[in-house]
Write a protein that binds this ligand. Structure first.
Ligand SMILES: [Fe+2]
Ligand SMILES: [Fe+2]
Length: 277
């Protein structure tokens, strides 16, 4: 029994959808889906259907692409929190655990014998991953100077919040309130689409994309909330970093040009907890 993780399946791409269908049965393994499944709800549903069939448990958090409101025929154009809530309901309909559900206990003891709780989070970003000398009002101009733009500015609406950062702050506050109830003897696996520390972002092709990548508010959450691992996506740069003995796992699959199709999605699943614990 393993806890595996993947993110950024981007099922709008037919190649990624075809590969989803080729994933073998995983028996009693659990799978973390760390956001950016698809822009379309029918593609979201396909993911829950197909992965739900192959794994004993799914843990899901939303990414920015999942939250986009792209007008198209036949789909209700839900915006902001209403769209998020619709995704939560869809995930739950397939038995997936969401950021709105109680934390999920891993049925085996962790590496040091402690209980492990899986904590799905939806925290968004607040443009605070930027150099100290750049004002908030200047951040988009600063990013654009080197070609970094984010389609969230057009498609990710914060309704009913006045801005994406206001939504982010509300999400962080609510998550902190819930995390404050953690039993002291528990360790956690924190799951969020966006990276939780700016210093672990390495995107040399678009270095000024960082404002859309997270919030400084979560910089010490791995320590505060006793994390064994922090699982994120969004960057499409798979890697593992270790900070304070906590594993930070970037688990993106990515767009078709960013992964080797002949290897199959299966080989991109990251093992978060293995057979030994
Ligand atoms: Fe993505
Ligand atoms: Fe993303």
């Amino acid at each position: 029994m393993q806890l595996l993780a993947i993110s950024d399946l981007h099922l709008s791409h037919p190649v990624n959808r075809a590969a989803l269908l080729d994933i073998p049965d995983h028996g009693d393994d659990w799978l973390i889906i760390a956001g950016d499944v698809a822009e379309r709800l029918d593609h979201q549903e396909l993911a829950f259907q197909e992965l739900g069939r192959r794994f004993a448990k799914l843990i899901w958090v939303p990414g920015n692409h999942d939250l986009w409101t792209v007008p198209r025929g036949g789909e209700t154009p839900l915006r902001g929190d209403a769209r998020y809530q619709a995704l939560v309901e869809l995930a739950r309909a397939y038995g997936a655990v969401t950021p709105e559900d109680p934390f999920l206990e891993w049925p085996r003891a962790g590496p040091d014998g402690s209980r492990i709780l899986i904590v799905p989070l939806f925290l968004l970003y607040d443009y605070s991953f930027r150099p100290a000398e750049i004002e908030r009002a200047e951040v988009r101009r600063w990013a654009r100077e080197q070609g970094a733009v984010c389609s969230d500015e057009v498609w990710l609406h914060p309704d009913p919040f006045p801005s994406r950062e206001a939504w982010c702050w509300a999400r962080c506050q609510e998550a902190e309130r819930r995390l404050a109830t953690l039993p002291k003897d528990c360790r956690t696996i924190l799951v969020n689409h966006w990276p939780m520390r700016a210093d672990l972002i390495r995107i040399p092709r678009i270095p000024r994309f960082t404002p859309w990548c997270g919030t400084v508010l979560t910089d010490d959450w791995h320590r505060r909330f006793q994390a064994v691992a922090v699982v994120t996506g969004h960057l499409h740069t798979r890697r593992t970093d270790v900070v304070d003995e906590c594993h930070f796992e970037e688990v993106s699959l990515g767009y078709p040009r960013q992964w080797q199709w002949d290897r199959g999605i299966d080989s991109y699943f990251r093992v978060i907890l293995g057979n030994g614990g």
